[in-house]
Design a protein around this ligand. Structure first.
Ligand code: GLU
Length: 448
């Protein structure tokens, strides 16, 4: 129950209207948790039905994606694009190809993207898209045919000033290349309509590294501000074998952290003296997973076939970089028992609501992904800027800008949290700071 009747009404309405969309309802509730004070102080929010408008996407596109597999069998998937909010800039957000994709997941991702993009300080609205297509185990030709069919519908809804997709789970350079190529053919137009493109056709240096590296820059700011310390010698857990987890591990190692545990979909490996990170990165890059191979190569390593067991490992810092819902209340308690005092989300919503509330009540400083994983979309914004000005920046230039953006995001979240009397509640700071810019733009633009 919130103090504000307005918030209680909005939450009730969300739960009643979308009872089956549990991820979306969680994302809205996590956001509303931060709004109590603001809403009671500023009657214009209710007066202009800002929250009611904010939780309904501006547009949802849902479509059939038929394609032919290598055995000449016709397959059909569902494609989506959720264009959530364009108050501060064109829709922007990734595309996810994964069996688990449904409207609830894409709506939660697009909702959070709106605030994440706002926090970067760049003019980007929020969107997300994808399909329940699983690229794993498919041939290149099958992936290409799928991407082309997906784009045969999506191309009419996107554009460099309308909506600029990028990658996400299951969508990397290969998929973006196929989708970009087909868009260009259909529109007869070369434009920066995608980010995360290959370097030879308008991509930005450091885009693949950006989310993971940005996460570590953010973590360093947290350590500096709250503990007057840095990551050197700290014990770190990282989940996920995708780009975010891998690049986070690479940067953490470079900064002197000890990676004591990592996980992928098959389980986790743990070594209190530090894992062989380079070996893990090579395996993850080649196969998209590493645990099964790593335990063959290092038979003495401690491991579990349950990925969640990672959180039982004693650590200082936990960086969940796999996917939503990977840390529940039990895992949160295990982390506390193991001495963890910093939880920095690299994935989108990896912690459920009970876990987040537990962290806040038990002195584990928590940062939500919408702040700490914003480095990826921030460098997407830099890629858009490079495309628009026909330029390409060096690694050093992009890295410097990324560091600055992550530092600014941290400072904005921290200062906002301080201003609202809860200096350790970075999630509150992120929600309020991300919201305020979108709110101001919505107010200025009238009832649209
Ligand atoms: N999918 C990434 C995210 O969750 C990146 C989106 C983008 O670059 O547009 O932020």
């Amino acid at each position: 129950m919130y103090k504000s009747d307005y918030l209680n009404r909005v939450l009730e309405q969300t739960k009643n209207t979308y009872p089956e969309q549990k991820e979306f309802v969680q994302a809205v509730e996590e956001f509303l948790d931060s709004m109590d004070f603001l809403v009671s102080k500023d009657p214009k929010i209710e007066g202009n039905a800002i929250l009611e408008r904010l939780i309904v996407p501006e547009r949802i596109i849902q479509f059939r994606v038929p394609w032919v597999d290598d055995n000449n069998k016709i397959r059909v998937n569902t494609g989506y694009r959720v264009q959530f909010n364009s108050a501060i800039g064109p829709y922007k957000g990734g595309i996810r190809f994964d069996k688990s994709v449904n409207l609830s997941i894409l709506k939660f991702l697009a909702f959070e993207q709106t605030f994440k993009n706002s926090l970067t300080g760049l003019p980007m609205g929020g969107a997300k898209g994808g399909s329940d297509f699983d690229p794993r185990g498919k041939s290149d030709k099958e992936v290409m045919r799928f991407c082309q069919s997906f784009m045969a519908e999506l191309y009419r809804h996107i554009g460099p000033h309308t909506d600029i997709p990028a990658g996400d789970l299951g969508v990397g350079a290969r998929e973006i290349g196929y989708m970009f190529g087909y868009y260009k053919k259909l529109k007869n137009e070369w434009s920066g309509v995608f980010t995360g493109k290959g370097l030879s056709y308008g991509g930005s240096l450091y885009r693949p590294e950006a989310t993971g590296f940005g996460l570590l820059y953010f973590t360093e700011e947290m350590l500096k501000t709250y503990f007057k310390s840095d990551i050197k010698g700290k014990r770190v857990l990282i989940s996920g074998s995708g780009k975010v987890g891998s690049m986070a591990a690479l940067k953490a190692k470079e900064l002197g952290a000890i990676i004591v545990g990592m996980s992928d979909i098959n389980g986790c490996v743990v070594d209190p003296n530090g894992l062989e990170v380079e070996e893990i990165l090579n395996l993850a890059k080649a196969k998209g997973e590493f645990v099964n191979e790593y335990i063959k190569k290092y038979p003495d390593v401690k491991y579990s076939k349950v990925a969640r067991d990672l959180w039982k490992t004693p650590c200082d810092i936990a960086l969940p970089c796999a996917t939503q819902g990977e840390i529940n209340l039990d895992n949160a308690k295990e982390l506390k028992e193991g001495g963890c005092y910093l939880l920095v989300e690299g994935a989108n919503m990896p912690c459920d609501l009970e876990a987040i509330r537990f962290f806040n009540e038990n002195d584990i400083i928590f940062s939500s992904g919408k702040a700490s994983n914003a480095g990826g979309v921030a460098v997407s914004g830099l890629e858009m800027a490079q495309n628009a000005t026909f330029s390409s920046w060096s690694k050093e230039e992009v890295d410097e800008k990324l560091r600055k953006i992550m530092k600014n995001i941290f400072n904005e979240c921290y200062q906002t949290a301080c201003q609202y009397g809860q200096p350790k509640n970075l999630a509150l700071g992120a929600n309020i700071a991300g919201f305020l810019k979108v709110y101001e733009a919505m107010l200025a633009q009238g009832i649209v």
